[in-house]
Design a protein around this ligand. Structure first.
Ligand code: HEM
Length: 237
């Protein structure tokens, strides 16, 4: 006999809004990031590079604020917004993962154990992008939150910070500039390698969602649009 499925509200408006702002921002950040990464090969001028970096940083701010709101929501939100329902750190998680991986037929209302691992990985690498991005925005085009601090650090005349411009040596102390570039290096490395990792994780996430939908037929794809999954009576919280 076929099982009875009913509509269960799983993803709140906050979660869905976060998800689609995140998708759009990441898509744009990747497109512009790839152009910046290959700017030499593409023959982009210095002004073009500054413009690309400025647009990338503005979209980066939207991405960062959205991510920070989501992180806070994980602590103060309701039901499936909360981290204890989303991340793989609860007691008994290892057993859940083992049972699920061994093919035990359990349907989860929120994320299944593999999904929770993916959320943790995505959250980690997105946070790395956010933190490293905010630092290099300061060292590169002197944008907030750290731009003024770095501009002051490299300035010869600290009273004329307006003269400090991207790719310009006016009012720049060479030694301090070199020290600032050395400080920035690990942040650039983190930004680029975390970007490569995301290029691997994002398709894996999409594959996981499609695989789950084909296996369970619980409307996991449309649930991220309208909030509802179609779940059997014995689905797990
Ligand atoms: C998922 C989010 C993000 C992705 C996938 C991403 C990707 C990239 C990539 C691929 C590059 C080129 C790296 C290079 O040429 O060295 C780049 C550069 C840059 N990103 Fe991001 N980024 C993200 C978020 C951010 C955020 C939140 C900010 C700051 C608000 C930011 C600021 C910058 C800056 C300033 C550069 C220029 C670095 C340079 O001088 O080359 N990024 N980003």
């Amino acid at each position: 006999m076929s099982q009875q499925f009913s509509a269960v509200f799983v993803w709140s408006r906050n979660i869905r809004l976060f998800h689609w702002i995140n998708v759009t921002a990441i898509f744009l950040l990747i497109v512009i990031g790839v152009i910046i990464l290959n700017s030499k090969m593409l023959g982009v001028s210095v002004d073009g590079k500054i413009l690309l970096k400025t647009i990338h940083v503005y979209i980066g701010y939207i991405f960062a604020v959205n991510l920070l709101v989501r992180i806070v929501l994980g602590f103060v939100g309701k039901n499936h917004e909360r981290w204890n329902k989303t991340l793989p750190f609860q007691l008994g998680f290892t057993k859940e993962l083992k049972d699920f991986s061994q093919g035990e037929k359990i349907i989860y209302q929120g994320h299944n154990p593999v999904g929770k691992l993916m959320v943790a990985a995505l959250l980690f690498f997105l946070s790395v992008q956010m933190i490293s991005g905010l630092v290099i925005a300061g060292t590169d085009i002197y944008y907030p939150p750290f731009g003024e601090y770095f501009a002051e650090y490299i300035a010869i005349d600290k009273a004329d910070l307006a003269a400090i411009k991207p790719y310009s040596k006016t009012n720049v102390d060479e030694e301090a500039y070199k020290a600032m570039r050395t400080f920035r290096k690990p942040f650039i490395t983190a930004h680029v390698y975390s970007f490569y990792t995301l290029l691997f994780l994002i398709p894996l996430h999409i594959f996981g969602v499609i695989f789950t939908e084909r296996k369970e037929r619980t409307s996991v794809v449309s649930a991220m649009i309208n909030g509802y999954k179609h779940l059997p009576k014995n689905s797990k919280e």
